[in-house]
Design a protein around this ligand. Sequence first.
Ligand SMILES: [Zn+2]
Length: 425
Amino acid sequence: MLDGDRITAVGAGDFDGPADQVVDGRGCLATPGLVNTHHHLYQWATRGLAQQSNLFDWLVELYPVWAGLDDELVYVTTSAGLGALALSGCTTAADHHYVFPRGSGDLIGTQAEAAAAIGVRLHACRGSMDLGTSQGGLPPDSVVESTDAALAATAEAIERHHDPSPSSRMRVAVAPCSPFSVTSDLMREGASLARAHGVRLHTHLAETVEEDAFCRERFGCTPVEYAEKLGWLGDDVWLAHGVHLDDGAVARLGATGTGVAHCPSSNARLGAGIARVRDLLDAGAPVGLGVDGAASQEAGELGPELRQAMLAARFRGGPAALTAREALALGTTGGARCLGRDGELGSLEPGKLADIVLWRLDGLGHAGIEDPVAALVFGPPAPVEAVLVGGQLVVRTGRLIHADEDSLARDLTRVSRTLLRKAGR
Ligand SMILES: [Zn+2]
């Protein structure tokens, strides 16, 4: 039972009390709305490129294309990407946007508008890059900001768009991009900025062997040691990937409560490796799921990542490395912990926000599997009957309520073509 944007009661069986609206969930499994902890929605415009590249080669090919993005592209890709996420059971999405061409305006505000229109909660991670190739970084100088400009714009995004309330549908995090595209100064001062405003910190870390080699050569330490020196471990930090971690790094993430956004499909697509999810969970680190991408994980749907996470863990650690319920927990409570919202999101219990997914499990794909969580995680992607965010329907019988999928697809095709032509492709 729901009242306003909250859950007031949870139970099995028929409901026979008075209600303004009843959603029939027969044949369905109800779970908490899934939480996506890492994404780059603008990359929906550059899917299917650099198909055989590792991370660094892929980035070098794509940076110049991304340099042409604008306000319209960000609105269209945010709408399309959040629409795809909602249709796959996601009710809260973190997005990491780190390309801000000069004069492109308030792109975080544009993302907030698009998220409000689709109906999904957004955690906009205001990204930044200030280490161009002329200073030994990976991105071309044309796509980086100055350190001061990046910090000022991040502070402005927090002041304009961050809503700290428990029912919040829009939060902002401080998110310098990665060790090879950001100076130590921006990392250190970004952490101070975040803590002065009481917002969370997010960055990419320990994704590939090439990044590990970069950190050892430039900073004389591992990526996690580097993060710790800069004040970037703690229970207000979550890191994307965390694939290449030694035992000491796993222990430090657990001891400090630093979260990890596990992105198994993206890691597979770029051949980055398989994260030590079992070890991170055993060490006590919060671990959530991220679709990442969309240019490094063209699917962009969160529901299938439950299965992908289960498979990836078992590739690494054998058949008992991750259970179906643990995989579901990554996508729900684990994600809520990464975003600092486990007090109001991630489980179905009275007092929590009414973010709920009804998965159809009575079709051919799942019929006869008596354990519904095993059906959801081991089986094919389950059709979504309904998605509620704060008690309001966002998806009904597998269709978005507030947007037309065909027109989203047409708009996406148009902005993608425009961007590629601008880049001479
Ligand atoms: Zn990423």
